[in-house]
Write a protein that binds this ligand. Sequence first.
Ligand code: GRG
Length: 295
Amino acid sequence: MEHSVKQQFEDYIKLIEQKLDEFLPVKYPEEIWESMRYSVLAGGKRLRPMLCLETCRVLSGSYEQAIPTACAIEMLHTQSLIHDDLPCMDNDDYRRGKLTNHKKFSESTAVLAGDALLSFAPQIIIQKTPKTVSQDKILKVLEEFLVNAGAEKLIAGQIVDIDSEGKQIDKQTLNFIHENKTAALFKLSLRTGAILGGADEQIIEALTLFAEKLGLAFQIMDDILDVTSTLEELGKTPGKDALEEKATYVSLYGLDEAKKQVASLCSTACGILKKYDIESDVLTGVVESILERVC
Ligand code: GRG
């Protein structure tokens, strides 16, 4: 990745970490706030909030109006990770290179930390978005947030994923899982960034398509890295998909074909940006970073 793009990534990450810290105080009873902060501030690539901020910036020239939404999306993403790691779901001991929330605290605290993040996040959108942003935009952003967080998207993907464990599933089901589990949060990031950046319907739709391609490429990359990487590189336990007999893009298509799919999705994603004259080194940089990690 080019030095200046890397620098832009680092600047965004610094800003996001600072704002997450600021938006998440420690109140009484401290244990719940400490456990929310533990997982949210545990690191992570901050990809989704970065996509939200950059989309808003590229369309309107500034990203300030999207900071609370970007942080809320990272809180939602963290909630999904905390709950996904629980013994009743994926049962993981490590996340973001640290002990998972239930290992560090307790199972009940981890359930509550996820629940608390899920309701605290939209609160941040309402309370912290600058007053210059119209109520109409805030309402649209909240709708996007709530739809993607719930039974129509994230939870739909998660329950079909859980029900599919140990079973032979077809490619359509695998796509359903990941369009809802993974691509939904990318779509949420791009769409809310576009709404706050004042984009028209055509651009919102183009960015939605970009996010779909990016989200699937990201998931296939995650499946590939699960078989090719170490715990240190991943920050979580590798090889779990095969251990749990999970159908993945690698198990269904093979490693080479999965890599080809990532390359094809990334090329389509960049083509969409080009077609609509959306010039962003950060958006193309995210696509390239996926390609670099697998191909
Ligand atoms: C509602 C419990 C619940 C789950 C919804 C999103 C989800 C479904 C579960 C999270 C676990 C998971 C493996 C999701 C697939 C997407 C994915 C690869 C997430 C990891 O994202 P990264 O790599 O993580 O961006 P960091 O730590 O860098 O933020």
